[in-house]
Design a protein around this ligand. Structure first.
Ligand SMILES: C[S@@+](CC[C@H](N)C(=O)[O-])C[C@H]1O[C@@H](n2cnc3c(N)ncnc32)[C@H](O)[C@@H]1O
Length: 434
């Protein structure tokens, strides 16, 4: 999915705009409050009931709000003596994003915010009106990277990567990403790039600024490509599955990396513990005309005793590196989650190592920016697993950005390492002793 163009006709911003904004309110509450995530929120009944243009506006508004949430809250706090009820805060957040990010005419944003407040907390209409008018008189700073992430995460990034890198990576939070595509036949990216108005990235992914429903784009129905962030495409390239080899994808759903391994000709087993998410893997494989063995199981306790030439562990993680498409992940993350996810990753790493053939390769990756899920995880794994050694990534290998390569040959891909941004990932490749 990607953000769709924001319509700005008068009908949409005024009369037709209240239902769209009420739906945006539901979606924002679902994305933040119930921790359901923006993707799940997109199936919200309030959105489904809207006309396509209003739905596009509601989605764009929520994404704009989430991308500037920290800075918007900072601006609101400076004008609120005591915090109003949560629902009023959400209305104010949406209105600020309209005025200063989407550039909606201020009167439309204020009028609709007051109308929304009338529906849910009528006595606070005056407060909403006054706060918004104050901000319009003295526009707030919404672009400061230090304000875009929750402070506890920003401080962790400063400690892990230094002040300059933390600022540069956080600046990407505010940017709307393009859409990256992986090709079934990666040897001919130029053939499709014109049709998709795309540029070819190092490694062969295509990047397009097109908007709208990807299912209508050239080559989708023919199964020539799938949506996959440029960084997310690196780990499977490093594993380099070959025809005649067996490959195990231990946390496979929704299947981007399984598709890469199958397209490379390996005989792939795609395992995930979530049956509904595996259904998406099967659908993706069918559209691409590819095959894999599908297994619903826990990757740690799967009783199968086979070993594989190539094993990929794209472990469950805090997903803080995916903030370009999931800015809600930053606000859903809690410090305690990182420690409990690290414990799961450690258990799954041991399982992945057991399932790798002697002489075989294993790639571990997480779409997290947190060292406990990346560097720390790999150091502890190497300490307790004498049969595994790092197989250093070569400069530029698999389309990896030069700035991401660490001295030990692992990759710490930060979101600003690619022009136009990319998902943050940590990637390590191992070889098992014979
Ligand atoms: C980061 S996502 C994988 C993305 C996928 N590799 C791709 O490229 O499309 C992590 C996946 O791990 C799965 N998962 C979490 N815990 C698991 C476990 N114990 N065993 C197997 N799968 C698990 C989740 O259901 C989720 O689909």
């Amino acid at each position: 999915m990607n953000d769709t163009a924001v319509p700005n006709d008068a009908q949409n911003l005024n009369g037709g705009g209240l239902p769209a904004r009420m739906a945006a309110l539901d979606l924002l509450v679902a994305a933040l409050g119930k921790r359901a995530g923006v993707d799940e929120g997109l199936n919200h009944p309030a959105l489904a009931a809207l006309a396509p243009r209003d739905r596009a506006f509601a989605r764009a508004l929520v994404m704009a709000t989430l991308r500037r949430l920290g800075a918007i809250d900072n601006a609101l706090q400076a004008r609120l003596k005591k915090p109003p009820p949560e629902i009023v805060v959400q209305i104010l957040r949406l209105a600020v994003a309209q005025v200063f990010v989407l550039k909606t005419p201020p009167h439309a944003a204020v009028t609709t915010a007051v109308d929304m407040t009338a529906k849910v907390a009528a006595p606070l209409k005056g407060l909403v009106n006054a706060v918004l008018r104050g901000l319009i008189r003295e526009p707030p700073e919404l672009d400061d990277p230090e304000l875009l992430a929750p402070q506890w995460l920003y401080m962790r990034w400063q400690a892990a990567f230094g002040a300059e890198e933390a600022r540069a990576l956080a600046a990407v939070i505010g940017q709307e990403p393009g859409t990256d595509l992986s090709l079934k036949d990666p040897s001919t990216p130029a053939a499709l790039s014109d049709d998709l108005e795309a540029v070819v990235l190092p490694g062969g992914s295509l990047r397009t600024e097109r908007r709208g429903d990807v299912a209508t784009w050239p080559g989708f129905a023919e199964g020539l490509w799938w949506v996959q962030d440029a960084s997310a495409a690196v780990p499977a390239r490093l594993l380099a599955g070959q025809p005649g080899e067996t490959a195990l994808d231990l946390c496979a759903a929704p299947g981007g990396k399984t598709l890469q391994l199958a397209a490379a000709g390996a005989s792939v087993t795609a395992l995930d513990r979530s049956a509904p998410r595996l259904k998406r893997v099967s659908e993706n494989l069918a559209r691409l005309g590819l095959e894999a063995e599908i297994v619903t199981a826990d990757a740690g306790s799967w009783p199968d005793r086979r070993t594989f030439d190539a094993v990929l562990l794209d472990a469950p993680c805090s997903a803080t590196g995916t903030f370009r498409r999931h800015p809600d992940a930053l606000w859903a993350a809690r410090p305690g989650d990182i420690a409990s996810l690290a414990a799961v990753q450690s258990r799954l790493l041991d399982s992945a190592a057991r399932r790798t053939k002697p002489g075989g390769r294993m790639v571990y990756c997480v779409c997290s920016l947190e060292p406990e899920e990346g560097e720390g995880q790999v150091a502890a794994f190497l300490n307790r697993t004498p049969g595994m050694v790092l197989d250093p990534v070569r400069p530029g290998e698999g389309g990896s950005p030069a700035a991401s390569l660490k001295a030990d040959g692992t990759l710490r891909i930060l979101p600003h390492h690619l022009d136009g941004g990319t998902d943050g990932f940590y990637v390590a490749r191992f070889r098992k002793a014979l």
